[in-house]
Ligand binder design. Structure first.
Ligand code: ZN
Length: 413
């Protein structure tokens, strides 16, 4: 999908403004002789921006407006090294809330809803984004933040929350708890807005069944406003994203070349109207694809497929590239196995080969030994890798309130 003329003009204006500043990208573009863009070809020549740039610019090197225009910062913590700081102007904060309110509306949420917000409040963009969007929409925000399951469920019953906002793993935990406590008839939830980490169909089905609600995937990342730049509609066929605020291209993560619409690759985002910290061609490492054609719902906003994984989550075992989504597909096809799992990769020094250990959860009604054999055979036949399998009872593996880490690589890099 190419930039249209409005978007090109917006990118051009952002670059022209950036190069007048001493911000990180202002200096970089000046040094590279970039003066603006007037065509898609020009645009393709702008180098990618990355989280590594933002770390180099720590703390406020990326800031592209005078201090007096910055009203807030957010931060995303990396797993390694320095965090990333993103400054926002009043307009950025307002634009983000507008996009987020549009997400709620797209999910059929209205002013009459009561929105139970469990993502955390603080430096990161989670809770406050859900909150600002809710207030912009005019619905009632119930700003819970994460943790304290007893209190979550009590408030959910007493306040008759109609919408739950959560990560997929926390929604799963709460849904399991509601089931276990037999309080489903006291819960008034109708919809769930779930942070867009990749989650399996099985997990979706479990949450849906436990709670009897419709689920919506919301997309976003701190570097580009935060959650709220896209969400799926009632057609449940991909996520609409707001192309009046962001431009998305999909690239081959290895070569950096753009791939045709419909083909899977890495999502690269360009902000169109951001003031505090504009980003041109930011590599997200999220893997997805543009869904070509019009959505049955009639909305004109383009669509991204649900996130398939992260290009940096890919791991290599016995020379085979694997994504966690493949593991999920396999486990999802086996009777009695839950959506939770973890993978440990290690090197067997004696035999000088890599070993893969998969821990999966199964329901008490199935035979664990037989299930382990079934899982092992499925891995062997579908990806040509033979893992060691441990089957444990459902509920054994940790449920995380944040994005769950499931692959642990203990091999020396
Ligand atoms: Zn739609």
């Amino acid at each position: 999908m190419q930039l249209n003329s409005t978007q090109l003009g917006q990118v051009d204006a952002q670059i022209k403004r950036l190069i007048k500043t001493d911000s990180y990208y202002g200096k970089m573009y000046r040094e590279m002789g970039i003066t603006g863009v007037s065509s898609n070809e020009d645009f393709q020549k702008i180098p990618f921006s990355s989280k590594a740039d933002l770390r180099n610019a720590y703390p406020l090197g990326i800031q592209a407006v005078p201090d007096e225009e910055v009203v807030r910062i957010h931060s995303s913590s990396g797993t390694t090294g320095k965090p990333v700081i993103i400054p926002y102007t009043a307009k950025d904060v307002d634009d983000w809330a507008t996009m987020f309110a549009r997400c709620y509306e797209t999910a059929g949420i209205t002013k009459k809803d009561r929105i139970h917000i469990t993502p955390g409040y603080g430096l990161w963009t989670a809770g406050i984004g859900f909150q600002a969007g809710c207030e912009k929409l005019g619905a009632m925000a119930i700003p819970m933040g994460p943790g304290n399951t007893d209190k979550q469920l009590q408030m959910m019953m007493d306040l008759e929350s109609t919408v739950i906002c959560a990560t997929s793993s926390y929604a799963l935990l709460l849904s399991e708890e509601i089931n276990k406590r037999g309080i489903k008839d006291k819960i008034k939830l109708k919809k769930g807005v779930i942070g867009s980490e990749r989650w399996s169909d099985k997990m979706r089905k479990t949450i849906k069944e436990n709670l009897g609600i419709e689920l919506y995937d919301i997309y976003g990342l701190t570097e580009i406003y935060g959650p709220g730049i896209g969400i799926n509609c009632e057609s449940q066929h991909g996520m609409h994203y707001w192309d009046d605020y962001i431009y998305i291209e999909i690239i081959n993560p290895v070569t950096g070349e753009p791939v045709p619409d419909g083909e899977e690759g890495e999502i690269v985002i360009t902000t169109l109207v951001k003031e505090g910290a504009p980003l041109i061609r930011f590599r997200t490492h999220d893997m997805s694809r543009i869904i070509p054609g019009e959505c049955p719902c009639g909305r004109k906003y383009p669509r991204l497929d649900i996130i398939q994984g992260r290009s940096d989550d890919m791991f290599k075992i016995h020379g085979v590239n694997m994504f966690p989504s493949q593991v999920e597909e396999i486990l999802g096809s086996i009777d009695g196995v839950s959506s939770e799992y973890n993978i440990n990769l290690a090197h067997d020094d004696e035999k000088n080969k890599d070993v893969i250990l998969v821990t999966a959860e199964a329901e008490g009604r199935v035979n664990f030994d037989k299930t382990a054999v079934t899982i092992k055979e499925a891995f062997k036949s579908r990806i040509g890798v033979t893992p060691k399998i441990t089957v444990v009872p459902v509920g054994t593996l940790p449920r995380s309130e944040k994005k769950a880490k499931r692959v642990f690589d203990h091999r020396q890099q």
